[in-house]
Design a protein around this ligand. Structure first.
Ligand code: FES
Ligand code: FES
Length: 163
């Protein structure tokens, strides 16, 4: 017997997408396998590592804990879309400059999670707040020092302070 499927219409990175998905397909698998948006990664597959982070209706979610079918009518943004708009260009540059990535597996989720904090306004967050914000995004390579440095530098830049 074939798996149940359903039709969904959603916006992905600003473009309307109409697809048929398996009812059990996760959002991140749908994005990667059906739409070939492979910037979102699949790590733990149970909501722990943050590698699958994407935005749904403006809020970051775990793409492995949400079904594609639940996104019918939603606006989904992936690292590809957020990169293309230039929204996180400063964060990307800071990560590169400060060696805040090695393999890059965690980086898309890390960037989206950092941006969630920084775009909320509220001035320059403390390093403790930054650490807490990214505590749900696991990095296997760099240690978090450089990542926190990069996020803090961008927060200062955006606040008009020194890099
Ligand atoms: S793959 Fe989704 S949180 Fe790890
Ligand atoms: S850069 Fe390798 S997991 Fe983070």
């Amino acid at each position: 017997m074939s798996a149940p499927r359903c039709d969904i219409t959603l916006t992905v990175n600003g473009e309307t997408v109409v697809e048929t998905v398996e009812a059990r397909a996760t959002l991140v698998d749908f994005l990667r396998e059906q739409l070939t948006l492979t910037g979102s990664h699949v790590g733990c597959e149970h909501g722990v590592c943050g590698a699958c982070t994407v935005r749904v209706d403006g809020v970051i979610v775990r793409g492995c804990l949400m079904l594609a079918a639940q996104c019918d009518g939603a606006s989904v943004e992936t690292i590809e879309g957020v990169s293309d708009t230039g929204e996180i260009a400063d964060l990307q540059a800071a990560f590169e400059k400060r060696n805040a990535l090695q393999c890059g597996f965690c980086t898309p989720g890390m960037l989206l999670t950092a941006q969630e904090l920084l775009r909320g306004g509220g001035g320059v967050p403390s390093r403790e707040t930054i650490r807490e914000q990214i505590s749900g995004n696991y990095c296997r390579c760099t240690g978090y020092q450089a990542i926190v440095d990069a996020i803090e530098a961008v927060a200062q830049q955006r606040a008009g302070g020194k890099p």
